[in-house]
Design a binder for this molecule. Structure first.
Ligand SMILES: *[C@@H]1O[C@H](CO)[C@@H](O)[C@H](O)[C@H]1NC(C)=O
Ligand SMILES: *[C@@H]1O[C@H](CO)[C@@H](O)[C@H](O)[C@H]1NC(C)=O
Ligand SMILES: *[C@@H]1O[C@H](CO)[C@@H](O)[C@H](O)[C@H]1NC(C)=O
Length: 206
């Protein structure tokens, strides 16, 4: 195992050090080159293979967001675990701190994810918080990533897309409406695909 990068950050006053490690070739696997992510991309070691994720500061609706990812050979990413969810939100917060939380186009207070509401939800069939949305990146699986802010996903059915909310700190909550409900850093919210915000892209390691 080699350390590819060290990230230092302050999370609610606690200093955290994240070592972003990659697996190097092991002895049983000497025929295959270890797969890696490009510089600047987070490497998530999933059972289905290494998945690379990067948050882009481009502020765009969901279709523009997919174009941002496509230009990187990627697609809007899903979230497989709590660790991934918080690391993506932290990357968004870092961009916000650097570039500001609003632009003429939209907001850097949240990040588009690759998830869409199932056509029959929220009205018909099994539409719980874990099943209303599906990951669209063809890599993410499971439902551990579907951790929503309080009362969400709330619908209506026309809120077809899912955003990851960024909280700058515990007092400055992600959005005004979060003064009334709990929106922890890195929680999800269903919203209109037309809204404009940052973009989280994902692709397989090569
Ligand atoms: C994203 O933003 C960068 C920097 O402004 C820009 O160069 C790039 O063209 C944008 N990507 C898309 C797909 O609009
Ligand atoms: C956005 O940034 C400005 C300037 O830093 C700040 O005053 C404001 O509270 C921020 N808004 C939110 C919702 O965090
Ligand atoms: C996700 O896919 C991997 C690899 O195919 C599998 O091992 C794992 O059990 C799946 N996880 C879930 C939660 O479905």
């Amino acid at each position: 195992m080699k350390l590819s990068s060290l990230v230092f950050g302050t999370l609610f006053g606690i200093t955290v050090v994240l070592a972003n490690s990659q697996y190097s070739q092991n002895e049983e696997d000497c025929s295959e080159e270890a797969k890696t992510c490009q510089e600047g991309w987070l490497a998530f070691n999933r059972p289905q293979g290494t998945w690379c994720v990067k948050v882009f500061p481009n502020v765009s609706n969901i279709w523009g967001a997919e174009e941002v990812c496509k230009a990187e050979g990627a697609t809007l990413t899903g979230v497989q675990s709590t660790e991934e969810r918080i690391m993506i939100a932290d990357a968004g917060r870092e961009l916000n701190l650097k570039l500001g939380n609003v632009t003429l186009e939209g907001s850097r207070l949240s990040v588009w994810l690759g998830a869409r509401r199932r056509a029959e939800c929220p009205n018909k069939g099994d539409c719980s918080a874990l099943t209303q949305f599906l990951w669209t990146d063809k890599h993410t699986n499971g439902t551990e990533g579907f951790v929503w802010s309080e009362t969400n996903p709330s619908g209506p059915a026309s809120q077809k897309c899912a955003q990851l909310l960024i909280a700058m700190d515990q007092k400055r909550l992600a959005r005004d409406w979060c003064r009334k409900i709990l929106c922890p850093h890195g929680s999800l919210d269903d919203t209109y695909c037309e809204n404009k915000q940052m973009v989280a892209c994902g692709k397989e390691a090569i």
